[in-house]
Design a protein around this ligand. Structure first.
Ligand code: C6P
Length: 404
């Protein structure tokens, strides 16, 4: 891949931070936006801004057309069977809350179980805890080994007649493990258990095919795939969207309303109450088109090379311990260094123009597993380079010097 041409697509990467060229290694938190996405937002507000599905005027038709085209782009990106299987939401957090409330409240009873893994982001834990409080259901947790991997035997052992859903992250945001979701879905389905896959971290790093996976639900966050914040998508198999009750009530999700009773619109509109993030959806689709043009298989191969290079270089730093050494990993590397607090590492790196994340990465149970309260995390995108990794390594040696 010719990275320099792609880097030129991202205006934010051209700037200096603290008088140093910006090295952005916080892509798991959010990715940067190519000019085409910024242009799409400006173009929408300059030429097409109106509410969707409501007006008879030209602008409303233009906005509706662009918004519904965006839905088709998302459908194609993840190879869903039908455009109606794509619900626009604020992001993965809202997508999981939607399923937890809609599926959970209609399908869970006291004593039922939701199966998660120890790797989950809080967004795939807390919504289930909320619905457990409402229904009397319980969480069961699939453990991980010291590398941060799931053992399929544990999945088989933990699924039982009370299991009503398996909710699993495709890729761990905190340590990069790629979970064997295909196998987990097969095991779950053999036991008539539906599966939700949190795809927030997978979509930017690997091709997604929801039909091949055969998952029941899949979630995406636009801002993690080079799109705007505040937009994402929930994929759900058509039969689920048909039978599940709405998550929120309001305009656009109804077909008729009276004070006695309301009836609901067809999916996906049944799950999109109120004015949606129209510009966000258009920007999201533009980002997916951009990524498709670059080629997800290309970015995946390049990122794997970068991951191997960075892992090797980091492992050579005395006192540095990588947290999460799974055989199948995406380009997310968490580490601790001597007894230096990750926030101090992050602050010193920032003074050199290097952006990483330090903290628990919204995965506190996972931190507890590894007996750390926080890690430093470098998360790479296809616009990162070996030279940037070299700068990170040099800067980490300087961090060590500061702390003697
Ligand atoms: N992880 C990170 O720095 P939202 O915020 O709704 O777009 O996505 C939530 C979410 C859910 N699942 C996974 C696996 C995630 O990584 C995230 C977001 C960011 O790792 C912010 S905490």
């Amino acid at each position: 891949m010719d990275i320099s041409t792609y880097r030129a697509d991202f205006p934010i990467l051209q700037q200096a931070i603290k008088d140093k060229p910006l090295i952005y290694l916080d892509n798991a938190a959010t990715t940067q936006k190519p000019q085409v996405v910024i242009d799409a937002l400006v173009h929408y507000y300059t030429h097409a801004n109106a509410n969707v599905h409501r007006g008879v005027h030209a602008l409303s038709e233009r906005a509706t057309h662009a918004y519904e085209n965006a839905r088709t782009t998302v459908k194609n990106f993840i190879n869903a069977a039908h455009t109606e299987e794509i619900v626009f939401v604020r992001g993965t957090t809202e997508a999981i809350n939607l399923v937890a409330q809609s599926y959970g409240r209609s399908h869970l009873q006291a004593g039922d179980e939701i199966l998660l893994t120890e790797l989950e982001h809080h967004a795939n834990i807390v919504p289930w805890q909320l619905v457990c409080e409402q229904t009397g259901a319980k969480l069961r947790v699939i453990p991980i080994n010291e590398a941060g991997e799931i053992n399929l035997d544990d999945v088989i052992a933990l699924i039982n007649k009370r299991t009503k859903l398996l909710a699993v992250g495709h890729i761990s945001n905190a340590i990069g493990t790629i979970n064997p979701v295909e196998d987990m879905i097969k095991i779950a389905h053999a036991n008539q258990v539906p599966v939700l896959v949190d795809g927030a971290q997978a979509a930017p790093h690997m091709p997604i095919d929801v039909q091949a996976l055969d998952c029941d639900f899949y979630t995406l966050s636009g801002h993690k795939v080079f799109g705007p914040t505040g937009i994402g998508a929930l994929y759900a198999k058509a039969q689920w969207l048909e039978k599940l009750p709405p998550y929120q009530g309001g305009g656009d999700m109804i077909s008729s309303v009276s004070f006695e009773k309301s009836s609901y619109n067809r999916p996906p509109f049944k799950f999109e109450a109120g004015t949606p993030n129209i510009a966000g959806a258009i920007g999201f689709a533009t980002a997916l088109d951009y990524l498709t043009k670059v080629g997800v298989a290309n970015t995946q191969a390049y990122e794997q090379e970068l991951l191997a290079y960075a892992t090797q270089a980091l492992s050579e730093i005395p006192g540095l311990r990588i947290i999460g050494t799974a055989e199948h990993k995406a380009s997310i590397i968490s580490f601790v260094l001597d007894k230096i607090h990750p926030h101090d590492i992050g602050t010193i790196l920032d003074s050199k123009g290097i952006a990483i994340r330090a903290g628990h990465h919204c995965a506190m149970p996972l931190m507890q597993h590894f007996k750390v309260s926080a890690t430093a995390r470098a998360s790479l995108a296809f616009y990162n380079t070996r030279q940037e990794i070299d700068c990170l390594i040099r800067a980490l040696y300087e961090v060590k010097e500061v702390f003697g």
